[in-house]
Design a protein around this ligand. Structure first.
Ligand SMILES: C[S@@+](CC[C@H](N)C(=O)[O-])C[C@H]1O[C@@H](n2cnc3c(N)ncnc32)[C@H](O)[C@@H]1O
Length: 408
C-alpha cells in the first residue's frame, strides 16, 4: 500500500468526531462560499444556479462539511463530489455530513482522476484542494489534473505547505525517520513524543513558534513530523506549478500578509524599488521577509481570467462583514486611524483613514456600497475615494468580502 494512504488509513486527518457536528461548524479558508464568490466570481455569482464542486483529498471533511452546510443554508442547488484515497477518512467525512442531514457523492479515488470524473459528470465550478498536493509523488500531475477538471469560468481554492514558517520541521522529520522509520505507526507516534520532549533548545523545530499541529492530536503529530511524503512550496515554486497547469493566482490569503512594504523601511528609496517589482515578485519578497508563512492559501483560476475573477469596490457590490462587531472597529479607527491585528504570530498595524470610520458599521447591514453611499448623501466617486483605502485594508485582512447572493 502507498505509505501516504497507509498513514491516512491509520490517522485520518484532521482528527474529528462526527458527534461534534451537533455543537459547532468548523470554518476556515479556503472554501468558505463568501470567499469563493469574492475571489473567484467577482462577488456576483447567482447562487440559485447549480454549483458543482470537487473536494479533492477531502480528508475527514472540514471543507466538505463547511461548503455543503453553507450552500444548503443559502438554498444553492449544489452538487458536491468528494474524493480521497483513505477509506477511514471518507467514513468520518460521510458520518459528519449525515449528522447534519447533508448529502454529497463520495469516492475512494485519487484526485489524479479528476479529469475523468469531470469528463463523465461535468467540469467543476469549484475545486477545493487543501493540504494534499504537497503529499503527491508527482505534485505537478495533481496541479494539472485539477486544472483540467475545472470549468472555464470556475476557480480553485488551494492550500500547500510553505517552507520558511516550517523551519525546523524537515530536519526533525529526517531525524525521526532515521530513528523510527521502520517502526509501527503507534510506536512512531509515542517515541516521537518522547524524543520531542528531550531535544535541546537549539533544535530548529523546538525554536519555531508557528507549528503546533503535533500538540493537537496524534494525527497532527503524524502529519507534521512522521509524514512519508511532504514538500513545501515557496511562492515562486507555487506560481510555476499553477502556470504549468494552465492556472494563475487571483489572491493569496490573507492578502495583506503578501505585501512586503510593512516589513521594510517606509522610505522613498524602498518604495521606488517595490514599485518596480511585479505582483509575483512582491508576494515572494513578503514570504522571504516575514518568515512566518507555514502554508499558502491561494485562490486560482484558468490563466487569463485572474484579472477578472476578484470582486472590487463598486456601487452594485454587496459587502459581507466577517469580523467582530464593526461598530467597535469603527470607533477604534475613528480614534486611532487604524487598528492592529495579529496574523500567524505577527502583529500588523492596519492604517485606515478616519474619514472612512463612519461607513464601517454599515458593512454588516447587507446593503450594496451604492446604497451605503446614498444613505450618506455622497456621490459614488466621493464615497469610493473616501472608503477605498478602508476597503483594501479590510479585504487585506480577510474581514471583508463581497457577495450579492450569500449572507453571513
Ligand atoms: C493532510 S490531509 C488534508 C485533508 C483535508 N483536505 C483537510 O484540509 O482537512 C491530506 C489528505 O489527502 C489525501 N490524499 C493524499 N493523496 C491523495 C490523492 N492522490 N488523491 C486523493 N486524496 C489524496 C489523504 O488521504 C488525506 O486524507
Amino acid at each position: 500500500m502507498d505509505p501516504v494512504k497507509r498513514q491516512y488509513e491509520s490517522y485520518p486527518y484532521p482528527a474529528r468526531d462526527p458527534a461534534d457536528e451537533a455543537r459547532r461548524l468548523v470554518e476556515g479558508s479556503p472554501s468558505d462560499p463568501i470567499e469563493i464568490d469574492h475571489f473567484l466570481f467577482r462577488g456576483r455569482r447567482d447562487w440559485r444556479r447549480p454549483f458543482r464542486a470537487l473536494i479533492a483529498g477531502g480528508g475527514t471533511g472540514d471543507a466538505l462539511v463547511m461548503l455543503a452546510q453553507k450552500l444548503a443554508d443559502a438554498g444553492c442547488p449544489a452538487e458536491i463530489h468528494y474524493v480521497d484515497l483513505s477509506e477511514a477518512s471518507r467514513d468520518i467525512a460521510k458520518a459528519r455530513m449525515e449528522a447534519r442531514g447533508l448529502t454529497a457523492t463520495y469516492e475512494v479515488r485519487s484526485l489524479l482522476d479528476a479529469p475523468q470524473i469531470a469528463a463523465e459528470q461535468g467540469a467543476f465550478d469549484y475545486i477545493d484542494c487543501c493540504g494534499v498536493l504537497h503529499h503527491l509523488p508527482d505534485p505537478s500531475a495533481g496541479f494539472r489534473a485539477l486544472g483540467e477538471a475545472l470549468a472555464p469560468g470556475g476557480g480553485i481554492g488551494l492550500m500547500v505547505y510553505a517552507p520558511y514558517g516550517r523551519d525546523g520541521v524537515y530536519p526533525m522529520q529526517d531525524a525521526l525517520a532515521s530513528l523510527l522509520g521502520k517502526d509501527a505507526p503507534e510506536v512512531q507516534v509515542a517515541m516521537a513524543r518522547e524524543a520531542l520532549a528531550s531535544v535541546p533548545e537549539t533544535n530548529g523545530f523546538r525554536r519555531n513558534p508557528f507549528v503546533s499541529d503535533h500538540e493537537a492530536s496524534d494525527a497532527g503529530l503524524y502529519d507534521l513530523l512522521l509524514h512519508s511524503r511532504d514538500r513545501p512550496y515557496a511562492v515562486p515554486e507555487l506560481l510555476a506549478e499553477l502556470s504549468a497547469a494552465g492556472l494563475a493566482a487571483v489572491s493569496f490569503l490573507e492578502p495583506l500578509r503578501y505585501d512586503p512594504a510593512p516589513h521594510l523601511p517606509a522610505t522613498p528609496a524602498f518604495a521606488e524599488r517595490l514599485k518596480r517589482m511585479t505582483p509575483a515578485e512582491r508576494w515572494a519578497l513578503a514570504e522571504r521577509l516575514s518568515g512566518n508563512m507555514r502554508m499558502h492559501v491561494v485562490y486560482a483560476v484558468k490563466a487569463g481570467r485572474e484579472g477578472q475573477a476578484m470582486a472590487s469596490l463598486s456601487a452594485e457590490a454587496v459587502p459581507r462583514w466577517g469580523g467582530p462587531d464593526p461598530r467597535a472597529l469603527a470607533a477604534k479607527v475613528q480614534a486611532e486611524g487604524g487598528f492592529a491585528i495579529t496574523m500567524a504570530g505577527l502583529r500588523h498595524r492596519v492604517p485606515i483613514p478616519k474619514a472612512a470610520a463612519p461607513f464601517i458599521p454599515a458593512l454588516a447591514a447587507e446593503r450594496s456600497f451604492g446604497e451605503i453611499a446614498k444613505a450618506a448623501r455622497m456621490d459614488w466617486f466621493a464615497f469610493a475615494s473616501t472608503f477605498g483605502p478602508a476597503y483594501r485594508a479590510l479585504v487585506g485582512v480577510n474581514l471583508l468580502h463581497c457577495s450579492k447572493g450569500l449572507g453571513r
